[in-house]
Structure formats: C-alpha cells, structure tokens
Design a protein around this ligand. Structure first.
Ligand code: PLP
Length: 387
C-alpha cells in the first residue's frame, strides 16, 4: 500500500471543528476523516499557491471533464458535462434547491434516520419535514413503500431529499429501489435531490448506483449532488458538482446557485478537484480497503466485547450505525456519559430523527491505533453505564 493511512495526524489546535475538544477527548463523531488527503491533491494546491495570484476565477471545462470521467470510470455512468453546475458545497446546494424547487409550507420528503443537516435545509426555509421513516426490523432497514407512496401523493409534497448511499445507515440502494423511488416521484411530480456525497466510499467489492444513471425517468426528474469532500477529506475546500440532465430543472437550480452566490470557486477548489478526480483513483482504492478492514475490526470487537450492541452492516460510508437499544433507553444519555467518563465522542442518533434515539454513529476513518483506542473507550464506557 503506497499511501499512508496509519501515521497519526495531530489535528488539535488546528481550527478543526471536529478536534476542538478537550485534551483527553477522542472525537469519532462528525464525518471528517483523520487521514491526510491524497498527496497528489496537496501537490496541486501547492503549485496553485506558488502562483501568488488569487483573483476571481471561473470554472474551466477541464473541471467538468474530470468529474464526468470519474463517474464513467468509477461508477459506470457517463454524465454529460453540459448537465453540470459548479457549487460551493452540497448542503448549500440543497438549501438553495429547496428554495427554488418548493414553496414555503410545502412538504419536503426524507427517509429518517437521515443526515441531520437535511432537517436544517428544510426547516430554515419554512418548509415541512415529511419523513417516510425507514423500517428497522431484524437489524436491517427497508422502505415502507405504501407509506412512501402516500407521502409522495400528498399534493403539498414537492421535493424529496434522497441520501444515496444512505447516511447514517450506510445502506447502498439497489437498482430496483432506485427505479421504484424514481417512478413514484415522477408519478406524483416530486423532484428528487440525490445527495451522493458518500458514493465513492463503499466497502471493497461494493459499488453504489447513481440515482440518475438508472433510467431516463430518474435522470429527467433529479438533481444530483456530488463532491470530492467526503471521498478525499477536503470538506473545507467547499466544492461540489450539481448534475441536472433536465434542462428546465437545470436552469432553475442554476438561477438559485447564482442568486445565492454559490457558484464561484475559491482558488484551490478547481486544482484540488481536478487532481482528485484525475489522479486520485488509487488513493481511493486503498482508502476503501482501510475502511473495510476497520469496519471488520469494529464488528469483531463488538462481537467479542460488547455483544449487546448490534452493528448495522451498511456497505457504504466510513460511518457505522450501532443499535444500543440493549444498553440504553436514550442514546443522548449514553453519548453524554461516554464523553464524560472516557473522553470518547460519538454521534447521538437522536440527531438523525426520532427513530435514531436508540443508536449511535461512529466514524472508522482514522488510523488503526486511534480506532482501537476508541473501541476500548467504548467498552469501558458501556461497561460502566447504567441506564
Ligand atoms: C449526506 C451528506 N451530505 C452533505 C454533507 C456535507 O456536504 P458539504 O460539506 O459539501 O456541504 C455531508 C457531510 O457529512 C453528508 O453526510
């Protein structure tokens, strides 16, 4: 493995949101990996910095070609560069699209438990959150299709924010599920925003399927958001690509991105992204091997040391969703206790919706020694916890 995913990276006192914690605390909470990004990206940024010129920039065609070729090579999908828009992040794009593609008071559909910031994008813009909750049975999640259809059919439901693959469960949607969601959305005139920010990071041997790649019905009724930020750990680069095959929809989204001033890159966004998409494939292959091994490490640790915790086996993302219902009646109390008692910071499942109440989310995207430390703290904390 030529790339280094094992050397410790000291991120304390670096203005890191994740690592702005007490000296004894270990944050395995937010989706921000404790790996240095690919050296090819660092080198592209250094080259750009050395020009000493940081004036206003436009996004070159080479950027969109790099994105298109990445999706062709990595995900067997060939989006046209004409379909693409540059944006300064996935969440800003979602919020902007919510304002453009729905009216105040409309329902925006989600599938809870889901990425907490979706709620902000909906509620902060005066829309209603309408969740077709994923159904949790025997340790796995499925869609309640009748419920989803009823909620799509509500005349006030104009938009769905679809997390593909799904954060926090790590679920990779089957092609048949994508077709079914796409068909229902089109039938009931619900536009789908497909947030595919986690699509590149799947376990070795697994692939996610882009929502719009499935068929023309899905393509014509969707706004897909992708970004190198999770894949390459470059979130503060503030870069995303919005892929909208339908020209009318694209014009509306484009208007929103421009009105909201989200369409201009910082000087490092383009070189970093082009380096990621043209030179980063091997780094991602190795990253996925490391993540896969870490998920196996966590699963084996739980089986041996904390069998009362059920691990949800999603095959995407570097985040693991753990059922702690045998340990606590509220994950908020457990996570607060873990932090106080052991310094381990994990995400409280309540953030992802009411049906996350008995779950915690933990990142395995860190050097092995850090993960091992985290798992030992988790055991120490759960052993000491009394509900
Ligand atoms: C599903 C999902 N979408 C979007 C984001 C953040 O996107 P951005 O930083 O580009 O706004 C995250 C970050 O964790 C995420 O998990």
């Amino acid at each position: 493995m030529p790339y280094d995913f094992e050397s410790p990276v000291n991120r304390r006192n670096t203005n890191s949101v994740k690592w702005d914690v007490k000296p004894n605390e270990l944050p395995l909470s937010i989706a921000d990996m404790d790996f240095r990004t690919a050296p090819e990206i660092v080198s592209a940024i250094q080259t750009r910095a050395e020009t000493g010129i940081f004036g206003y920039e436009e996004v070159p065609q080479a950027y969109f070609e790099a994105v298109a070729n990445w999706y062709r090579d990595q995900h067997d999908w060939q989006p046209k560069t004409d379909w693409m828009l540059f944006a300064t992040g996935v969440v800003p794009t979602i919020s902007s699209a919510v304002r453009r593609l729905s009216q105040i008071g409309d329902n925006v559909l989600i599938q809870s438990p889901v990425y907490n910031i979706f709620y902000n994008s909906i509620l902060n813009n005066g829309r209603h959150v309408l969740s077709s909750d994923l159904v949790y049975t025997d340790g796995t999640y499925t869609v309640d299709w009748a419920d989803l259809e009823t909620k799509m059919a509500d005349p006030l439901t104009s938009l769905m924010i679809f997390c593909n693959p799904h954060n926090p469960t790590g679920h990779i949607w089957e092609t048949t599920e994508l077709e079914r969601i796409g068909a229902l959305a089109t039938k009931y005139h619900v536009v789908v925003i497909a947030d595919e920010i986690h699509g590149d990071v799947t376990d070795t041997g697994y692939q996610y399927v882009p929502f719009a790649s499935v068929n023309d019905v899905n393509a014509q009724n969707s706004v897909t958001c992708v970004s190198p930020s999770k894949t390459f750990n470059v979130a503060a680069m503030h870069v995303a690509t919005v892929i909208v095959p339908n020209p009318e929809l694209r014009a509306i989204v484009n208007r929103g991105l421009n009105t909201d001033e989200l369409a201009e890159p910082n000087p490092f966004a383009v070189p970093a992204s082009v380096a990621a998409y043209t030179l980063g494939a091997q780094w991602v292959t190795e990253l996925r091997q490391v993540i896969t091994a870490h998920k196996q490490q966590l699963t084996a640790f739980m089986a041996a040391n904390l069998p009362q915790v059920h691990v949800i086996t999603g095959h995407a993302t570097y985040l693991m969703w753990l059922d702690v219902s045998a340990v606590t009646t509220d994950a908020a109390a457990l996570t607060a206790f873990l932090r106080e008692k052991t310094g381990l910071i994990v995400a409280d499942g309540n953030a992802y919706g009411p049906n996350g109440k008995l779950f915690i989310r933990i990142s395995v995207a860190c050097p092995t020694a850090e993960l091992t430390d985290g798992l030992n703290r988790l055991k120490q904390g759960i052993d000491a916890y009394h509900d």
